[in-house]
Design a protein around this ligand. Structure first.
Ligand code: ADE
Length: 420
């Protein structure tokens, strides 16, 4: 039994049942786990993980443990922990878990420090707070780390900047860059779970409403697609002209946030950048506008120096909904304190997509163990064979078959002489 700091030990039964439910939708991970059980590729390997503590993550952690790893886990966001999952991981799986839903910032960083106390050989991060802590306040752990993985776009951006500045002290596999990760998790996962979070928090009708989505990357595309499917009028804001054109040709309205702020009933940020919705935008919004963020950090909304500072009154309306009254008399409703709405007010992405994301995580750790002495202190993309293997297994588990290239087609693709 490891050490732990969790909310309630009595939640373990409920957590165990929910983890088993998710496992039913994670056939690729199950297959990897069966192999790991036999081969024990992580025997003697200590892994410190900073991830959203969900039913899907529990299945990943159990897979790593089946491979022989010792794992310590903390939350990658103060509001995303599912306390019943933390409980079953600590008490049934014997994992050192440090995660409590609603923990304050100080506890959040204390928990990151606790997982580093096991002196990891591999780090597994979602947002790069773990990596940045061991490169700043916990430098003594760096000498034992041979590599790490990173789950999300925001983390990859931070890590690439560390590598560019020559301060990254060990190689990282950017799991997010795998096609079997971002094509599915970012698009279909974020698309569905973001609206799930908004709907659970507010019970608002999406049909007929105007939904403003900031950012048309993979996540923004997913949210826009699902909002439209529910009958919303969707407006996209972008800073990238190519993505803006793409949004227009996908049939969405595109405009600046200054214009959109007058129109939206619901605002969702998914840009990975900061202060995307600012004071000047909040002021222009309609009375009753609802604002949520589904990007990794709540910095996408200008809260401290914007909404919070301007507000003359703050009122909790219901769970995950707070009303901020502005001097004009208008009230803006903020969901989940601007934290990722899909993980705070709902359960995050469904297991069906996390299956592939976490298959990538598991195989990325195995790849690091095989290659760490041959690679540089840089950010790596998972090899394409692994990506394709994950897609093939997923198809197989869905009972779908695809065609194979004939010999003639293979030759055609590798020849340059054949033309018209
Ligand atoms: N990120 C988004 N959804 C997630 C989930 N269900 N589990 C872990 N991380 C996630």
């Amino acid at each position: 039994m490891g050490y732990y700091d969790i909310k309630d030990k009595n939640l373990k039964e409920k957590g165990r049942e929910r983890v088993e439910w998710a496992e039913r939708q994670m056939p690729v991970l199950r297959k990897i786990r069966e192999r790991f059980e036999k081969e024990k590729p992580f025997k003697g390997v200590r892994i410190s993980a900073c991830l959203h503590v969900t039913t899907e993550t529990a299945n990943l952690i159990n897979t790593l443990k089946s491979g022989g790893a010792e794992v310590a886990l903390c939350a990658s966001n103060p509001l995303s922990t599912q306390d019943d999952v933390a409980s079953t991981l600590a008490l049934d799986s014997g994992v050192s878990v440090y995660a409590i839903k609603g923990e304050d910032n100080e506890t959040y960083y204390n928990h990151i420090n606790s997982v580093l106390d096991i002196k990891p050989m591999v780090t597994m991060d979602d947002g790069a707070d773990l990596v940045s802590t061991c490169h700043s306040k916990r430098k003594e752990v760096l000498k034992g780390v041979i590599g790490g993985t990173e789950e999300t776009t925001t983390g990859v951006i931070r890590l690439k900047s560390m590598a560019k500045n020559g301060v990254l002290e060990y190689p990282i596999v950017a799991v997010n860059e795998a096609m079997t990760k971002h094509f599915f998790d970012n698009r279909y996962g974020t698309g569905q779970s973001t609206l799930d979070g908004v709907i659970r928090a507010t019970n608002m009708l999406i049909a007929g409403s105007t939904v403003v989505i900031a950012g048309y990357g993979w996540c923004g595309k997913g949210v826009a697609m699902r909002a439209r499917g529910l009958g919303a009028n969707v407006i996209i804001t972008e800073i990238n002209p190519v993505k803006a054109l793409e949004a227009i040709m996908d049939g969405f309205e595109v405009m600046t946030m200054a214009e959109a702020s007058l129109r939206g009933d619901l605002f969702i940020t998914v840009t990975g950048n900061k202060n995307v919705i600012r004071r000047e935008h909040f002021i222009r919004m309609k009375d009753g506008a609802i604002v949520a963020n589904s990007g990794h950090f709540n910095v996408e909304l200008e809260l401290e120096d914007g909404l919070y500072k301007m507000a003359v009154e703050k009122k909790k309306i219901r769970e995950f909904v707070e009303g901020y009254k502005l001097p004009s008399g208008k009230t803006i409703y903020l969901l989940a304190e601007g934290r990722l709405v899909n993980l705070s007010a709902a359960e995050g992405h469904p297991a069906m997509v996390m299956d592939m994301s976490f298959a990538n995580q598991s195989l990325a750790v195995e790849w690091i163990l095989k290659n760490y002495d041959k690679i540089k202190k840089d950010v790596y993309v998972i090899p394409e064979e692994i990506d394709m293997e994950i897609a093939s297994i997923k198809l197989d588990t869905m009972g779908r078959s695809i065609d194979e290239l004939t010999q003639e087609q293979k030759e055609y693709l590798s020849s340059w002489q054949e033309g018209t």
